[in-house]
Design a protein around this ligand. Sequence first.
Ligand SMILES: [Zn+2]
Ligand SMILES: [Zn+2]
Length: 110
Amino acid sequence: MEFCEKCGKIMTVKKKRTGSSVLECTKCGREKPVGKNGAVISGSLPNKKKDIVIMQKGDEAIDMPKTKIMCPSCENPEAWWWMQQTRSADEPPTLFYRCTKCNYSWRSYG
Ligand SMILES: [Zn+2]
Ligand SMILES: [Zn+2]
């Protein structure tokens, strides 16, 4: 409860047109800003984490080598290929293929 500094009457919370609230004396109309008692909490909101966009490498396969292999999806006889370390470093990298026609990707099992 807040009391007017001037006349000692009870002050009530009044909402201003701007959206902010003030305390107003019921008798003399004296205004006092709200917030002394923590009514208005200002501060920075927790930063929203930005969505991490992972760009798919290999979407532009211009620099990738091609090989004569049949696509299991569309039977196109040519595909790009690249090596990729999948699991641990002591394991051999896996050979991947991508069809030059339909972009179907598959991996080679040995
Ligand atoms: Zn007053
Ligand atoms: Zn294909």
